[in-house]
Structures are given as C-alpha cells and as structure tokens.
Design a protein around this ligand. Structure first.
Ligand SMILES: Cc1cc2nc3c(=O)[nH]c(=O)nc-3n(C[C@H](O)[C@H](O)[C@H](O)COP(=O)(O)O)c2cc1C
Ligand code: SF4
Length: 510
C-alpha cells in the first residue's frame, strides 16, 4: 500500500511533494484534494482509493489518543480533533469562508438531542464546478472526510444533499457508501471501535436556494426550501429536525482528512496566514484554458490565474480584459485597471495600507474582501472586451429572479424588477434613468431579507452599474433616442408614471 503521508502528495507535474516549507511559491497548481483524481487509470471505487492511501486518515483519527493540556486539562480524542481543525485554520469552501473549527465549536452538545452532519453538495452558484469533480471522480475522499468529521462531532447520522442535476454523482456516491459499509468503514461498530455511523444520499430537485444551508435543511425535511430566519435557526443549535446540525461544503469536508494526515501545523503552512490550505478554483469565461485548478490559498494572484500557462493561459487572441467576477455570480464584479488598498504587515510588524492592482490581488478570502468583493465559491468568470456588461447583468438578473424562493417581498418583487429593467435594456426598451433605477432597487433588497440571497441578487447589480455606469446610461440613452424617432412610442417612454416602474416585458419568472 502506498505511503499516505504528506510526502506522498504529488505536484501538478507528478514530482514528489517537497516539505511544505520548501513548497513552490508562485504560479503553480498545488494538488492536495485533486492529488489523484485526474491521474490516468484512477477510478472512483474503493479498491483504487485504498491503493492510493485511502482510509488511512480514518484509521489514524479513530486511533487518536486523548490529549493532555499544559494547564492539566484533558481533551477527549474527539475534542482533540476538533481543536486540530480549528488550529489548521480551515475556512469553509462553500462561500462564506467561515472557520470550520469555530463552526463545529458552536454545536450545542448539551441539548441531549442527536447531532447531524450534512454535506452541502448542491453546488448551485453559477460558475462553480469544483465539488462535482470530487463527487464524480473521488467520492471516497469525501466519504472519508465525512466519517472523520462525524466521529469528531459525535454524529451518528449524516446526509449528503446533492443537486438533482447530478444523478450520476448520486449513483457513484451510493455505490461508494455501499463499498465503505462492506469494508467496515461505515455502519455499526466502525473498525471495531464501537462507533456507529450511517450516511445517506439525498437528491435535491435542483434549485439555487437549496444550496443555502437552512433552505437545504427544510428541503431535506421534505418541505419547500424556504430559508429559515437566523436567529434563532442557526443550524448548530436548531438545524435538521430542530437538532444541532453541522452543514459543510464538499471540499471543506475533504480537507479534514488531510488535516489528520498532515497535522494542523503542517497543514497551516499551506496557503497564507488566516487563509490556510489549498482551494479548488473554477475558472471560466474568456480564457484560453478554462478548468478547475487547485492552488495554495493566497499564493497565486488573480493575474496569474488568468494569464499564466499553468492556469487560464491568457485571453482569446486580440482581446483585452474587461472585468472579473471573482467568486461566483453573486460576488461583486472587479473592473480591469482597478487598484485596491490592502492591509499589509510592514517589516516593523505594523499594518499599513498598500496599493494593489487588480491582477496582483492574491486569490484568498481576505484580499478579495478588502477589494470590496469576495472569493465566495472560488469561481472566477473572466470577461473580455467583447462582452456587454448590460447583457451579462441581464443574464445574471434573470437567473436571480427565477431562483428567488419568494418568501420575502423585497427579494421576490425586487429581483423581478431588476430582471425586467435589465431585460428591457437588453431589448431596445431601456431608459437612461435605468442605471439609477437598478441601483435604487438593489439597495432596497440588500440587508432586508431572510437569507443572503438578497445580497446575491443585488451585489452584481450594484457593482456592474457602479463600475460600468457609462455602458448602462449609453444603452438607455440610445434606446430613448431610437424610440423618440419612432412615431408614437416616445410619449409612453417619457411618461412620468413609467419612470419608476419596470416596463412589462416578455420576461417570465415563477
Ligand atoms: C443563495 C445561497 C446559495 C448557496 N449555495 C451553496 C452551495 O451550492 N454549496 C455550498 O456549499 N454552499 C452554498 N451556500 C452556503 C451555505 O449556506 C453554507 O454556508 C455552506 O454550505 C457552509 O459550508 P462551509 O462552511 O463548509 O463553506 C449558499 C448560500 C446562499 C446564501
Ligand atoms: S432572500 Fe429571497 S431567497 Fe432568501 S428567503 Fe427571502 S425570498 Fe427567499
């Protein structure tokens, strides 16, 4: 059986992984989660997984001893593992980038109720196609990460909530669970330790909002995926069946296995401080080599991801960069040429602000946040100068209007108004005032809704209009001018009662 230790991790070019302290810094992929799955001959069955060191991390986790602390206290093996996940700095890979260890520490362990764990395999954010690589090609990596996470959190029943449009992945997962059960890694008395765990696959019906953790929980309970109000319904306290529940993304749970294998200290040397480990980036849009690339968090810049031959390989011939959607469709767009003020630690240890151009932004949680956006689901969509920002926003807004669950009025009505206003701008019926109109509507959605979908729908609008206002105004003005020339239509376009109302369009939602 091959050595499952970190030294056996391979780099992108197949060479052995050097100790972390000597790991390559710069524009290179770094394969930890993707280490095996694209290797020739690698298959999703348990035999192949075990030949590549699979389930050794589980054995190691289950054999973990209790830990004595310097203050005389003792941590149980499960507590010690939870502390390790916290110490590793692992942040959630589903969108918000919240500390996984901290989330686990919020779980109500005194309620006497069962604790559930749900793997969020909905992967619904447009532009994102990373989790499905794991689900299709290496399902046992997820299952091993889940079993370890369940053991650490005293979970006896867990679910994988998978997007309905991924039937093949659901089939593979069910097969992998069967294999894991037969091998004694799942079910009763796992590996003779007395620990019992069952994991079930639950297929969603395919809605963006099913990816939002409380909507997901409602859906799993057999109801319509209406997100719950937080507070009080924080899943760690009142989750599935009103019991304490952990919801983590596919990629997040896979990392737990590597934290066990490497130890939290070594793991935390990957990436950058506060942005540890690796991350799989989905790169799409106007690049030569769209695809999924694993990087050390913060050790590769946006420019390298787009232009380096190891990643996007540059833009299409003759094209120039116009904009980047950096973290899935709901992240705020970044405009070519922007410069951001980022916090940097000086040689004296003091924090100072430095100017960082867009393409030099390290791809990590904190840098993107400081640039006024987010790395979200780590889906980068590149737009070159052939793209109309009006049309791009029209496309996104139509999606959000369609996907609003309809529970809260600002989101249900507002997302539809946004879609109608962008739709008319895309179909020769726009107005110059639409730029202000769109901004006004979006400002009145964000912060006024039950779940973060409100922000997801309004952030693209606010950023597109703010950064590309000239395009929106020019389109509206051109449409007005065309209508003024056409007999009979000018008066209706300029009628005051139409200034704040979306025009009735052919857009159909709900
Ligand atoms: C509208 C919306 C859609 C979401 N879709 C997903 C998704 O498809 N997959 C996912 O992992 N997280 C998604 N999230 C984030 C989840 O609510 C949750 O934060 C995440 O699964 C937690 O996992 P993590 O801490 O491991 O990142 C979504 C959030 C919102 C507001
Ligand atoms: S913000 Fe939108 S998606 Fe979220 S609960 Fe309200 S209506 Fe539903």
């Amino acid at each position: 059986m091959p050595d499952p230790s970190p030294q056996n991790v391979k780099n992108a070019d197949g060479s052995a992984w050097p100790p972390v302290s000597q790991a390559p810094v710069g524009p290179r992929p770094f394969k930890l989660i993707l280490k095996d799955l694209d290797e020739p001959g690698y298959t999703p069955d348990i035999g192949c997984y075990q030949r590549h060191g699979g389930y050794e991390a589980l054995k190691r986790a289950l054999a973990m001893p209790a830990r004595d602390l310097p203050d005389g206290k003792k941590l149980s093996p499960q507590e010690a593992l939870r502390e390790d996940v916290k110490a590793s700095g692992l942040r959630g890979r589903g969108g918000a980038g919240f500390s996984a260890g901290l989330k686990w520490s919020f779980v109500d362990r005194r309620s006497g109720k069962p604790i559930y764990l749900i793997c969020n395999a909905d992967e619904s954010e447009p532009g994102t196609f990373k989790d499905r690589q794991i689900l299709h090609k290496d399902p046992h990596q997820l299952i091993e990460g889940m079993i370890i996470s369940c053991w650490a959190n005293d979970v006896k029943l867990a679910y994988i909530y998978i997007r309905g449009e991924m039937p093949h992945a659901a089939k593979l997962l069910n097969q992998a669970l069967k294999e894991a059960r037969a091998a004694g890694f799942l079910g009763k008395n796992i590996l003779g330790t007395g620990y019992d765990l069952e994991i079930h696959v639950h297929r969603g019906a395919g809605a963006y909002i099913c990816g939002e953790e409380t909507g997901l929980i409602e859906s799993l309970e057999g109801k319509r995926a209406y997100p719950r109000i937080k507070p009080p319904y924080f899943p760690a306290v009142l989750g599935l069946y009103m019991c304490p529940t952990i919801v983590n993304n596919v990629e997040t749970l896979c990392h737990v296995k590597h934290i066990v294998l490497m130890g939290p200290g070594e793991y935390a040397k990957l990436g950058t401080p506060n942005n540890t480990g690796t991350r799989i980036v989905s790169l799409s849009g106007d690049v030569q080599q769209p695809g999924y690339y694993e990087i050390q968090v913060g050790r590769v810049t946006l420019g390298e991801l787009i232009f380096d031959k190891n990643f996007g390989g540059g833009l299409k011939p003759g094209r120039s960069l116009k904009a980047i959607i950096p973290g899935g469709s709901s992240s705020k767009v970044l405009k070519a040429g922007e410069v951001f003020k980022l916090n940097r630690k000086g040689a004296d240890g003091q924090m100072t602000k430095v100017d960082v151009p867009l393409l030099d932004l390290p791809y990590d949680f904190d840098s993107l946040q400081q640039a006024g956006t987010m790395s979200g689901s780590s889906a980068i969509i590149v737009l070159d100068d052939s793209r109309s920002m009006v049309e791009t926003l029209g496309n996104l807004s139509e999606f959000y209007a369609h996907e609003s669950c309809g529970q809260c009025t600002p989101c249900r009505e507002g997302a539809l108004w946004l879609a109608k206003a962008t739709h008319r701008l895309c179909h020769g019926e726009g107005r110059k005032a639409d730029a202000d109109y769109l901004t006004h509507i979006a400002q009145n959605i964000q912060g006024r809704t039950i779940c973060a979908f409100g922000e997801a729908a309004s952030w693209p609008v606010l950023s597109f209009v703010k950064k590309f206002r000239d395009e929106f105004e020019a389109q509206g003005a051109a449409d007005e001018a065309a209508r003024a020339k056409a007999p009979g239509s000018a008066s209706s376009a300029s009628h005051p009662s139409n200034a704040t109302r979306p025009a009735a369009g052919s857009l159909q939602t709900h």
